[in-house]
Design a protein around this ligand. Structure first.
Ligand code: ADP
Length: 171
């Protein structure tokens, strides 16, 4: 059984993530999508919400499961009998950091990291940029799966209402 992990924040999952997950699912017996619980980082969606969206958009893949993790990814791998981390590489700018992490993870636990180059359609895509563009009313349709687009728009408009309610009256 060849089980691999695709780790990330997935705040929220984009079509770029989904492309990597789908390609990994065709190569391996089982793909575990592991959502990082990062208490120090402000996220737009809670860990549960991020997992829910991932489950919904990967439900067509029989061999993909979604879970959460915190701490070192290598400890998660050891506990779950996973020997390979699969990551997507968008551009040279991703490379330096990812290379350092992969070498550290190999040194810590002998865990290999396999890189897949991004689908060129999604090379510019990252969750933070999607949130920023959508926050200013830009059209991010086609960049995130449909159910994610709906939830993103709902969350951003409720954030805007909260901010407006918290602002002092002009003048
Ligand atoms: P981000 O916030 O940058 O989208 P994540 O931590 O959620 O980052 O990303 C998890 C993994 O998915 C990383 O390996 C990242 O390189 C990969 N990834 C993210 N976006 C893309 C994309 N557009 N194409 C390929 N891989 C991607």
């Amino acid at each position: 059984m060849r089980r691999v992990v695709c780790p990330g924040s997935f705040d929220p999952v984009t079509n770029g993530h989904l492309d990597i997950i789908g390609r990994a699912a065709r190569l391996y017996d089982e793909v575990v999508v592991a959502v990082l619980i990062n208490i120090s980082k402000q996220t737009l969606f809670t860990t549960d919400e991020r997992m829910e969206m991932l489950r919904e958009v990967t439900k067509g893949y029989q061999n993909v499961t979604v879970t959460r993790f915190h701490g070192l990814i290598v400890d998660f791998c050891r506990a779950n009998d996973i020997s390979v981390i699969v990551k997507g590489l968008r551009a040279v700018s991703d490379f330096e950091y990812e290379q350092m992490m992969s070498q550290m993870n190999y040194r810590l636990a002998g865990i290999e990291t396999l890189f897949m180059t991004t689908n060129p359609l999604y090379a510019f895509l990252r969750s933070s940029l999607v949130k920023e563009v959508a926050g200013y009313g830009g059209d991010v349709g086609g960049l995130v799966p449909e159910p994610v687009l709906t939830r993103l728009q709902e969350r951003l408009s409720s954030r805007r209402r909260e901010q407006q309610a918290g602002q002092p009256e002009p003048g």
